[in-house]
Ligand binder design. Structure first.
Ligand code: CP
Ligand code: NVA
Length: 258
């Protein structure tokens, strides 16, 4: 496991998951490896492939993961980049499936930043065919290429700058921090831009009465989501966190089982 960024859930779920599967996971932070001294990604990838049965990597740039995977002949798992967070969305959909009969036939709503999580939800909408409504402030929309590719693949996407319109009758509400890792300096500016995009009780009341509320964590309580909603009856946030473990195990077993 190679990390350029911080992590709690991803690191622990992959490490514990690999132990439970009977293997052994190594935690490396790029700053403490020779990558931190400028060893090229492609050299690191080629060496790690010779020691390990698979690599999970969390980086800033999506291009870094892709370059790593090109050079590495063992499976490479994206543990989050600035562009995507696919393992999280797989755990999220598994969590919805535990609470609702047909997770493909629901109305999903993303509220907040058009970030890596939003982009991966858009990819999931293209794969599974569910309706996805995305409400962001102007200027914070998801990646245009990701949207174009998903729409070409038939994704049912609705975009809005009005969270109330987006959540109306929705089955699943989802949000994330307003400033992701690497954007910390924009926090104050983003707090202004995202005012009105908080998941709170008033917003939840506009959704389906049996709606589910999700957040990948870590959360800034009372910023993008209220403490009340996080702890309230619609929240499946801690089931969602738990399922990182089960779903990461499934991903690793699928990719690495011999
Ligand atoms: N949701 C998630 O990926 O959390 P961590 O950053 O703690 O891994
Ligand atoms: N969008 C967040 C997700 C953290 C799991 C980030 O990239 O920091």
């Amino acid at each position: 496991m190679l990390f350029e960024k911080s992590s709690t859930r991803t690191r622990v779920s992959f490490e514990v998951g690999m132990f439970q599967l009977g293997g052994h996971a190594l935690f490396l932070h790029s700053g403490n490896t020779q990558m931190g001294r400028g060893e090229p990604i492609k050299d690191t990838a080629r060496v790690m492939a010779r020691y390990c049965d698979g690599i999970m990597i969390r980086t800033y740039s999506q291009a870094s993961v892709e370059e790593f995977a090109e050079q590495c002949y063992v499976p490479v798992i994206n543990g989050l980049t600035d562009l995507y967070h696919p393992c999280q969305i797989m755990a999220d959909l598994f969590t919805v499936s535990e609470h609702k009969a047909d997770y493909r036939n629901l109305k999903y709503c993303w509220i907040g930043d058009g970030n890596n999580m939003a982009n991966s939800w858009i990819n999931a909408a293209a794969v599974f065919g569910f309706e996805l409504r995305v409400a962001t402030p102007k200027g914070y929309e998801p990646n245009a290429e990701v949207i174009a590719r998903a729409e070409k693949a038939g994704a049912r996407l609705l975009f809005s700058h009005d969270p109330e319109e987006a959540v109306a009758g929705a089955d699943v509400l989802n949000t994330d921090v307003w400033a992701s890792m690497g954007q910390e300096e924009e926090q104050a500016q983003r707090e202004k831009a995202f005012a009105g995009f908080q998941i709170n009780s008033a917003l939840v009341k506009l959704a389906d009465p049996k709606c589910l509320v999700m957040h990948c964590l870590p959360a800034h309580r009372d910023e993008e989501i209220t403490d009340e909603v996080m702890e309230g009856p619609h929240s499946i946030i801690f089931d969602e966190a738990e399922n990182r473990l089960h779903v990461q195990k499934a991903i690793m077993a699928t990719l690495m089982e011999r």
